[in-house]
Write a protein that binds this ligand. Structure first.
Ligand SMILES: C[S@@+](CC[C@H](N)C(=O)[O-])C[C@H]1O[C@@H](n2cnc3c(N)ncnc32)[C@H](O)[C@@H]1O
Length: 206
């Protein structure tokens, strides 16, 4: 991994993922997490203060990037619950079947190369009756925005550490064997429309 991916990119992602409108999206979803939680692509651990600590038994923070894990250290040190790092990609979740009460995904599905495989792994480790909570950005419903997303995605992906701006989030979740039980959408205010369309809610196993 080069200097850009290991040193510069983690700083850029940390700033881009903590703008006021993005923090508001976290507030809508993260406090719903409960029990033994798997956070996939934990990044620099921005979600830690958004958890409702009274509901959290522990968090497995799965994050393949060493640079992101390094940036997370101070936030993890302040966590009022145990956090265990899993330094592997979402396509290879090293947990037993039915081991998590909640799987949390925030702004990660856009980046996972084989997101279908990773979602299959999330389904495997989620307990029956558990919830997959998500707050993600993706494909916009408006044709003109959508066309720009398709045009810009190749260059965006290269600059933003593999992030895709045009993924069909609910469809991907459903295709992995989940049922999306709650779904809200909107364009994030103060953000260029190509990267602003948000999906958030929860899914359970079908
Ligand atoms: C845009 S960041 C979001 C980080 C964090 N989820 C948040 O909400 O701030 C995307 C994260 O996905 C991670 N990632 C990349 N490939 C991944 C994979 N195959 N499995 C899991 N996470 C991955 C990146 O290292 C990065 O930390």
């Amino acid at each position: 991994m080069g200097f850009y991916e290991n040193r510069i990119l983690p700083k850029l992602i940390d700033v881009a993922c903590a703008t006021p409108p993005i923090l508001k999206q976290r507030e809508k979803v993260v406090p719903q997490a409960e029990g033994r939680i798997l956070e996939v692509g934990m990044g620099s651990a921005i979600n830690i203060p958004f958890y409702d600590a009274s509901k959290v038994e522990m968090v497995w923070g799965l994050e393949p990037s060493e640079g992101m894990r390094r940036k997370a250290v101070p936030r993890i040190a302040d966590a009022p619950f145990p956090v265990e790092w899993l330094g592997l990609p979402g396509e290879e979740i090293p947990l037993d079947d039915d081991s998590a009460d909640t799987v949390l995904l925030t702004f990660t599905l856009c980046t996972i190369p084989d997101f279908a495989k990773a979602l299959g792994q999330m389904r495997r480790v989620l307990k029956p009756g558990g919830r997959l909570l998500f707050a993600e950005h993706g494909a916009a419903p408006d044709e003109s925005v959508r066309r720009w997303q398709e045009r810009l995605n190749p260059i965006w992906k290269r600059l933003a550490g593999g992030c895709h701006i045009n993924r069909e989030i609910p469809q991907a979740i459903e295709a992995a064997g989940f049922k999306v039980e709650s779904l809200d959408t909107m364009y994030l205010p103060g953000t260029p429309k190509v990267a602003a369309f948000q999906y958030w809610g929860f899914a359970t196993q079908r």
